[in-house]
Design a protein around this ligand. Structure first.
Ligand SMILES: Nc1ncnc2c1ncn2[C@@H]1O[C@H](COP(=O)(O)OP(=O)(O)OP(=O)(O)O)[C@@H](O)[C@H]1O
Ligand SMILES: [Mg+2]
Length: 143
């Protein structure tokens, strides 16, 4: 689908969030500045979070817990991660946990590490819009 503005990206995130459940693991791919963090901010907003969402690229993971969100969320960014072993040190094992996991730059460690429930690819266009593609795991219920 075509996402014309950053506001539309946030709105998409908000409605996409309504179909997510604890244990979902969302891979979010796209180049620098594609809008991955804007999308995650929209998803967090859809889960009830009212604060500012900062990029987790330095901390690698930002955790959100109820009651600030309806379901626990780990907002992760693999951009500055050097190797997959660091994920264990950060408590981000390859098991699907009882929380929603949103991963920017998920493709950096290949698709074999975790099987995502959703894969979102964002491709910036020259006019500032973004082409967003959503793939879901086959046996996940559509939102
Ligand atoms: N159609 C659009 N969708 C999303 N963001 C847009 C759009 N048009 C402009 N923007 C702007 O692009 C920027 C996207 O920044 P964002 O931090 O979300 O990117 P990112 O993919 O997370 O980058 P990084 O790889 O550094 O983590 C924001 O400043 C946002 O306002
Ligand atoms: Mg980002």
């Amino acid at each position: 689908m075509i996402i014309a503005t950053d506001r539309d990206m946030r709105d998409f995130g908000r409605s996409f969030a309504q179909g997510l459940k604890a244990s979902d693991w969302v891979a979010i791919n796209g180049p620098l500045g594609a809008g991955k963090t804007v999308l995650c901010a929209g998803i967090l907003s859809g889960l009830g979070y009212t604060g500012e969402v900062a990029s987790p690229s330095y901390a690698i993971v930002h955790s959100y817990e109820p009651p600030e969100v309806s379901v626990a969320v780990a907002h992760v960014d693999y951009y500055r991660l050097n190797n997959a072993d660091e994920l264990d040190e950060l408590g981000l094992s390859n098991e699907r946990a009882e929380r929603i996991t949103l991963v920017e730059w998920a493709e950096r460690f290949g698709s074999g590490y975790v099987v995502p429930s959703h894969i979102i690819d964002i491709v910036p266009q020259t006019d500032g819009s973004r082409i967003l593609t959503l793939k879901m795991e086959q046996n996940d219920t559509p939102y």
